[in-house]
Design a protein around this ligand. Sequence first.
Ligand code: ZN
Length: 86
Amino acid sequence: MTDRPREIDCGEAAEKLYEYLDQELDAATEAAVRQHLEMCAPCFQVFDFEKTYLKFIETRARAQGAPESLKRKLLDQLFREGSAAD
Ligand SMILES: [Zn+2]
């Protein structure tokens, strides 16, 4: 039992997603999140979106040497575009 990741639900997966992306989770929790993402298509879609989105922000921020306030503005814009397209 101990070598199997414990099962988590969508709520917990979503809760841990950012820490997972930032690689801030301990190994057991990381494994649990990864396992959930592999089994759960809706969560994987969110994960994939967040991953792409974080990369986009990071690349853009690095290219522009953006301060925190600008990054926040980019985030805002992206969310607004995302919800408008929905
Ligand atoms: Zn899920």
